[in-house]
Unconditional design. Structure first.
Length: 134
């Protein structure tokens, strides 16, 4: 399983988190798709896909400065849910022929990896359970 950050070191800043970097890259890939004419006309799906893909790195960022590991983990749970939602919206986009099967597979693989990393990171935080991060 991929790691969000090596467990023997602590991230000093948000940008050191590998899962955050991957979530940003995946959101950028989704943003490129959202510019396509078909999705430009499908306002509801475009907004839902854009919102959920942007929420993944945003929730990681929101959680990073929290004072306890368990509180940070709560944000990561939400980020994992948004990642799952993004995969659902991508499947709908494929069903409406806005993206190809190859694009769907590649993006779903990226979001699956992010979810696995988030799961590992959540487990680590809940095990450590530091009450004063930083």
């Amino acid at each position: 399983m991929a790691s969000a950050i090596p467990m023997d070191m602590c991230a000093k800043c948000l940008e050191e988190l590998q899962v955050y970097q991957k979530a940003l890259d995946a959101a950028d890939a989704v943003s490129a798709i959202l510019k396509r004419p078909g999705l430009q006309r499908d306002h509801k799906l475009r907004d839902q896909l854009g919102d959920s893909s942007e929420a993944v790195p945003a929730l990681i960022a929101d959680g990073f400065p929290q004072s306890t590991d368990r509180y940070f983990a709560q944000f990561l749970y939400r980020a994992r849910g948004e990642s799952s939602e993004t995969r659902t919206h991508l499947r709908i986009a494929k069903g409406r022929d806005y993206i190809t099967e190859a694009e769907l597979a590649e993006l779903c693989d990226r979001y699956n990896e992010i979810e696995k990393m988030l799961t590992g990171f959540i487990r680590h935080l809940e095990k450590e359970n530091r009450r004063h991060r930083g």
